[in-house]
Design a protein around this ligand. Sequence first.
Ligand SMILES: NC(=O)c1ccc[n+]([C@@H]2O[C@H](COP(=O)([O-])OP(=O)(O)OC[C@H]3O[C@@H](n4cnc5c(N)ncnc54)[C@H](OP(=O)(O)O)[C@@H]3O)[C@@H](O)[C@H]2O)c1
Length: 342
Amino acid sequence: MSSGLQKLVQSKLSEVNEWPLLSAFLLLTGALTFTKYALKTIAFLSQTFILPGHNLKKFGAKKGAWAVVTGASDGIGREFSIQLAQAGYNILLVARNNRMLGDVAAAISEKCGSSVETRIELVDFSKNDEASYANLKTVLAGMDVGVLVNCVGRSYDMPTYFAEADEKLMDDIITINVAGTVRVTRAILPGMVARKRGLILNLGSFAGSVPSPMLATYSGTKAFVSTFSDALAEEVKGHSIVVEHLNTYFVVSKMSNIKRPSLFVPTPKAYVRSALSKIGSPCGAAFTNRPATSTPYWGHALLDWAIHVVGWKQLFISHTHGLHTDIRRRALRKIAREAKKE
Ligand SMILES: NC(=O)c1ccc[n+]([C@@H]2O[C@H](COP(=O)([O-])OP(=O)(O)OC[C@H]3O[C@@H](n4cnc5c(N)ncnc54)[C@H](OP(=O)(O)O)[C@@H]3O)[C@@H](O)[C@H]2O)c1
């Protein structure tokens, strides 16, 4: 050690000796903070990349149980329907478009043969009407429902400032995302409680935990889904029912308007494979005070860890605002180009 450095170390040590209590306090605080971050990071890495989730058999797979999937005709819901059928559930497909739901049923029958039964229930969740929910309850009455995936969701057609947003669209977003989730869950949960088993997966979004400028209403509804799931999970865990809020960043779909997968944007197939293999495991949401939340896809988990453990939330809000401004600009340009062509 050079003599200069030696002097510096000696002077620092003598300072420590002058303030022994303060020094011990600072050392302890530093050690505790480091340990906390290290444990959160180890939990995130091991849950995301190594440890498996609950086995789906726990919720009645291959024993005649049904999985009910809302928003089953397209995107993530379509993929949940197919992969849950492959895991051994009969599937009740719920959405508006009979032809597309029929295609999903045909894809299931092609992959699973006659071992799996499918049924279609047409519901327009934006109507929030008593007759649809009464029909749904009648269909559900004779079913042993092991899994519910509340996947139906509506977002903006393009990012828009709230002051300029279409009022009917805002109503639809709230009705579909909030009332749809609450009412379908209410119709199914009593049966799960009676059977003392069940899995409820609620499709959430990063927009629910990180405020999403220019998608304010969507963001608020997804915050509802997150808090609703946390509260419900605690209510029913004594009945062996798992409620999970799936915290989701972009996935290739009609809603995201993203057509090609990339590092942080999986296909619905890859996303659903992660979700179903990590049931009950928080992954990217580990130790971030969101008890029922899971961020199962590894790219999303990495972002969630950066936002909540490293603490980049404000940065992410500003980034999202910039991203949405850009998406809106490009969407408006495309509309103008197409209008010129006509
Ligand atoms: N894709 C993403 O990047 C992303 C990110 C975060 C969270 N999420 C969430 O994931 C869920 C699924 O999104 P996705 O990307 O798979 O969307 P999607 O491809 O647009 O599919 C939406 C599904 O919801 C159904 N649906 C829409 N409006 C309906 C209504 N009024 N009544 C009944 N069904 C209706 C659609 O079926 P019909 O039109 O045939 O009825 C379709 O089956 C949503 O809750 C969304 O918020 C998605």
